[in-house]
Design a protein around this ligand. Structure first.
Ligand code: C5P
Length: 232
């Protein structure tokens, strides 16, 4: 899979999601389904969107004991999604078990991506709540290296970290980056943002874009603009 724009379908119901996806009569965008929509609608929403011809990033961020994650990943492998993810903080053993569970009998599997430290976690909360005293950038890079060693395909990270992740883990280790905004757009609650063109330049493989597309007056035009700026 090459570079692509993934639309974060942060909707609360199947109805709202399909109302949005129905606008795309030409190209079928790659979509991200998160916890809200998945917990509201269950696996049927994944199957339904897949049937409509979209690629899917199922963003459920698994984190549990290795055996439980392995079994859960085995169930997810049957949903035929293209990308799914977990928390690297679950340890290398958990990530290795996840890969085993996700791999289908024919040897194929969805891409598996790790969340390193959430962007909502600050240096202060990491030190005080988690008792991790290292600089957060180092923790992110260390978790990325663990993910690579465990056989995962990449990490979710800020576009500002994508270059460094590629330096540390290789150019074929994927970076999926949220926090993307148009140069003339509203940044909302995102703190550190980049434009699609900047994200491309710094080496993001996939950008995850939500509100700049979902809340646009013309979502299809906003999506096409995003693709044009990111991929050219
Ligand atoms: O609307 P917006 O473009 O900010 O949406 C970004 C998407 O990426 C949301 O689904 C959000 O949960 C997700 N995300 C993020 N930052 C992270 C990880 C995921 O914004 N560090």
């Amino acid at each position: 899979m090459g570079k692509d724009v993934i639309i974060a379908c942060d909707f609360a119901s199947a109805e709202k999601t399909f109302e949005f996806l129905d606008k795309f009569t030409g190209r079928k965008p790659f979509v991200k389904i998160g916890m809200e929509l998945f917990y509201a609608e269950g696996p049927s929403i994944v199957k339904e969107i897949k049937k409509r011809g979209h690629k899917i990033f199922l963003d459920l961020k698994l984190h549990d004991i290795p055996n439980t994650v392995k079994k859960a990943m085995n169930v997810l492998s049957n949903l035929d999604v293209d990308i799914t993810n977990l928390h690297a903080s679950g340890t290398t053993a958990m990530m290795e078990a996840a890969i085993e569970g996700l791999t289908r009998p024919d040897g194929t599997r969805p891409l598996l991506i790790a969340v390193t430290q959430l962007t909502s976690t600050s240096q202060e909360s990491m030190e005080n709540d988690l008792l991790i005293k290292e600089p957060i950038d180092e923790v992110v890079m260390h978790y990325a290296s663990n993910a690579k060693k465990a056989g995962l395909d990449g990490v979710v990270c800020s576009p500002l970290e994508a270059g460094k992740v590629h330096e540390r883990c290789g150019s074929d280790f994927l970076t999926i980056t949220p926090g993307v905004r148009f140069a003339d757009g509203d940044i909302g609650d995102q703190k550190r943002v980049m434009t699609p063109a900047e994200a491309n330049k710094i080496g993001s493989d996939y950008i995850v874009v939500g509100r700049p597309i979902t809340a646009a007056v013309d979502p299809v035009a906003a999506y096409e603009r995003c693709v044009a700026e990111f991929i050219g």
